[in-house]
Ligand binder design. Sequence first.
Ligand SMILES: NC(=O)c1ccc[n+]([C@@H]2O[C@H](COP(=O)([O-])OP(=O)(O)OC[C@H]3O[C@@H](n4cnc5c(N)ncnc54)[C@H](OP(=O)(O)O)[C@@H]3O)[C@@H](O)[C@H]2O)c1
Length: 458
Amino acid sequence: MASRVHLGILGAGTVGGAVHDLIATGHLARFGVEADVVKVFTRTPGDKARYRVSPELFTTEAAEVTGHPDVDIVVEVLGAGGPDDLLAQKEWVVDALRNGKSVVTANKALLVAHGAEIWTAARECGRAVRFEACVGGGIPIIGPLTQSLSAERPTAVYGLVNGTCNYILTEMAQRGRSYEDALASAQALGYAEADPDADVSGRDAEAKLLLLSSITFGTRLKPGVIHRKGIEGIHAIDFLYAARKGRSTIKSMALARSVDGALEAMVTPMVVPEDHFIARIDGVTNAMFFKGEVSDGGAPDGGDWDYVFAGPGAGGGATAMAVLGDVHELVVRSDDAPFLPVESIVPGVGSVRPEDDLRASFYVRFVVRDQSGIVGELCQIFGEKRINVSEIWQLEHAGEELESLAGAGKGRAASSEVLPFVITLEETSVGQLRQALERIARKDYVLAEPLWLPIWRT
Ligand SMILES: NC(=O)c1ccc[n+]([C@@H]2O[C@H](COP(=O)([O-])OP(=O)(O)OC[C@H]3O[C@@H](n4cnc5c(N)ncnc54)[C@H](OP(=O)(O)O)[C@@H]3O)[C@@H](O)[C@H]2O)c1
């Protein structure tokens, strides 16, 4: 039996346009769902190709979508903007819920900023909010974590959630390109925005991790609380050290795990062993891993289980598929149950470990002005902070590699004077490492801020 659903769309950009296109081509019809779009909000209707065909569909007033009597589900696919924009978008979503509509959103920034008020309104109104497209674009991850894997006791969720970063790091690793060159290529191919800061700084991945953490561990974290490091400081030589000396590569990881009753969460490039599955996820592909135990006494065949979700983490078409997957689910569900706020379905971890208390083994890359006794002095400083040095790695470098390092740091130096090398450290805390590096940074032979990256451990 066919079901009918009328959609209102807030936003007519890449994702909004793709949702509209899929509906127009009867994408849900094969599931017996007849869907149509009754109203679209955009501030610039005249710019949209579809406006020339059906101008009556468009409005510049969001309320004409959220309050439209025929709209059953509001699809919210707006670009996030600043805090005032997010506030306005939250009002529109709450307005839709109060008008009896369910909401499907792709806007992770909105949920991270105002999720609590939106869940409260959904609960009060008995309406649903679905957000599969917010993390991993077209990859199903929210549904599996909140439904299919609900018998598991989660221990970790982690992975590559930003295709722009993964593309840039893959290009640097496989082609030896500089960061600037790989970023320019990502922009030329449409994988990075003209202003790439949200991606390369890790802010986009942070928002996704906060959502993943909230549905996995019941946390309610705001941006700025967890450890976040971008990929801007990584140099092509870091891949040489990681590969030749450590049989590893570097990946931009988002990680939340439960350790001794506390949550450890971070977004950071990490040194990952070449034989880990994640090291082979290249280009713009996203991959998320879920680690869990069966709740009552462990998996029947022993040990933890890892689940992997990989695929297109962005793109209008892929993301629109996830949006329509949510629409489909809402249409076929007869009970119209509201989305359960996550703290009511998972017990939640006790606390979030402060950034300085995070523990890992570390890769630390130095660029110094070559002179005798430096390595001994650095090892002494680490020793005084009770940090054990594991290995010291040094490679021969081509002239142009040294050239690019010579001009990069605080003190310019002739390339013949520049000495890069890496010290790996046994497990220590971020706080102890920072204290040691603050002392080291004051040494006049240090030419650039040392790059420090956690080394992946399972
Ligand atoms: N593109 C992807 O691959 C992808 C993947 C996953 C999730 N998402 C999320 O999906 C949402 C839409 O992404 P998109 O790629 O479609 O973005 P987009 O192409 O930039 O389109 C965004 C839409 O929202 C409107 N808009 C932007 N800022 C606004 C504001 N402050 N107030 C009101 N309207 C505003 C835009 O302008 P007009 O009003 O002028 O039309 C446009 O209609 C975002 O939240 C994004 O994070 C995107």
